[in-house]
Design a protein around this ligand. Structure first.
Ligand SMILES: [Zn+2]
Length: 133
């Protein structure tokens, strides 16, 4: 396993932050899972169980995304080094950007569901109106 220096830790943090900042809202999804999180490379998404250790899980999945060749042990080590090694302000900055993306992502999903329901309701009403004539 590759040991990370203080400089490496800050670099991993900076890359996690810039990843969350530059990705579209859909990149971050909160969902109830049996595990803490998932990194879905194919969907370009990280899924995080918001009921569990959100900050650590978010770093963990971002590190998987950024360093796909790292072992699980290496990722767990890096996640721990980042969460403990950067300042509280840096941790909160990351959480702020993560939460903003997750909020936008959840809002978009909610709007899609509402639109689909409204469309279905209008369709049913149109069908019922035809029947009553
Ligand atoms: Zn993992």
């Amino acid at each position: 396993m590759k040991r990370l220096t203080k400089k490496d830790v800050q670099n991993v943090y900076n890359r996690c932050l810039s990843l969350v900042r530059r990705k579209p809202a859909e990149f971050v999804v909160f969902k109830k899972l049996k595990i803490c999180g998932w990194c879905l490379y194919e969907d370009d998404t990280v899924v995080i169980d918001h009921r569990k250790d959100m900050l650590r899980t978010a770093y963990h999945e971002c590190i998987h995304y950024l360093f796909p060749d790292w072992s699980e042990t290496q990722v767990i080590y890096a996640e721990s080094r980042v969460v403990n090694g950067v300042s509280i302000l840096d941790n909160i900055r990351f959480l702020k950007h993560l939460a903003a993306k997750a909020y936008k992502s959840a809002l978009q999903k909610d709007l899609q569901i509402r639109r689909a329901r409204r469309k279905k309701k209008l369709k049913n009403e149109a069908r019922n109106n035809r029947r009553h004539r």
